[in-house]
Design a protein around this ligand. Structure first.
Ligand code: PSU
Ligand code: MN
Length: 306
């Protein structure tokens, strides 16, 4: 019995041929952005991957199967649907068994990548250690997945809604390489720098591809996190976004938001509090991550060609 995967037309053949493929998550579509910008952005990100010479594969759960690559119709259905589940490692098998519709988080998308044989995945921001985790125990399963599934994940760092120093500490403990692209500090999503030193740095996609392949040669499980700063022109400095984040966190506390709802609640409040600005920045950074991920996927394909 194998995993119930359904590949988009041509994708399985492309993977068998060793073509560069970039996976894309779907929680950003269902729980990260409003309709119709979510579907427009997902299409634009797929187009960016193609324009950069790789094949996009957005993942989701529909009709009892894991879709590896969504058709235009699937994407539209997912983007419009009202009650889509947010799937992390704990949820994905139950969602499939129940025949429900689900969007994959970073953790679940990494599981899909491992099952489909995809090495590179682009997203916006990863989950991490939440502020106050010392009492709430709220730590995203994304971090543990990075320690288990052999995928290079390209993100714009993590949002300052999280406790970034604790997030970096835990990634180190879990043996996950955190590699900043082209700078020495860890990026904080809308802001190019969190001010925290990044554990490692790479300046080319080829170096990142080499490190990915080297982990496999060393027999190390798990992936690597590539922290790619938002393009300069789209940046919202920490001084501007900081107070908005504080306001959103205070609202979450007052309303007693917990567990899986925390991240979507905060994202939604920050969108509302900044108007279009945080959304524009979010779109710009995801496109930027898609380009870098495509370059890494091409470099890995060249290194592993037999
Ligand atoms: N952070 C963001 N944007 C997002 C998410 C996180 O800046 O869209 C989504 C991703 O899908 C991520 C998930 O994997 O939220 C983490 O949720 P949690 O903290 O509940 O593990
Ligand atoms: Mn959580």
């Amino acid at each position: 019995m194998t995993a119930p995967l359904a590949f988009a037309p041509g994708l399985l053949e492309a993977l068998r041929d060793g073509a560069p493929v970039v996976a894309l998550e779907s929680t950003i579509i269902t729980h990260g952005m409003p309709f119709p910008q979510n579907v427009d952005t997902a299409r634009a990100v797929e187009a960016e991957v193609r324009a950069s010479g790789a094949i996009p594969a957005t993942t989701a759960v529909m009709d009892g199967r894991i879709l590896i690559g969504l058709t235009d119709g699937d994407l539209d259905r997912l983007g419009r649907a009202e009650h889509v589940r947010k799937l992390s490692r704990a949820d994905i098998a139950h969602c499939l068994a129940m025949g429900e519709m689900g969007a994959t988080t970073v953790a679940a998308t990494m599981i899909c990548c491992r099952l489909a044989g995809i090495s590179v995945f682009a997203t916006g921001g990863i989950g991490g250690v939440h502020r106050g985790a010392e009492t709430s125990f709220d730590v995203s399963a994304d971090l543990h997945e990075l320690a288990q599934s052999p995928v290079t994940v390209v993100a714009a760092g993590a949002k300052a809604i999280l406790d970034l120093p604790k997030t970096l500490e835990l990634l180190e403990t879990l043996g996950v390489p955190v590699i900043a692209f082209g700078q020495d500090t860890f990026p904080a999503f809308w802001a190019r720098s969190s001010g925290l030193p990044a554990p490692m740095r790479a300046d080319t996609s080829a170096q990142i591809a080499q490190a990915h392949v080297m982990r496999a040669r060393l027999g190390l499980p798990g992936g690597q996190l590539i922290a790619n700063p938002i393009p300069q022109e789209a940046e919202i400095p920490l001084s501007e976004i900081g107070p908005v984040i504080e306001a959103a966190l205070a609202e979450a506390q007052t309303q007693g938001i917990a567990a899986k709802s925390v991240t979507p609640f905060l994202l939604d409040r920050i969108f509302a509090l900044t108007g279009g600005r945080s959304l524009d920045a979010n779109i710009a950074l995801v496109l930027n991550n898609a380009r870098l991920a495509a370059d890494i996927a091409k470099d890995i394909a060249a290194l592993t060609k037999v």
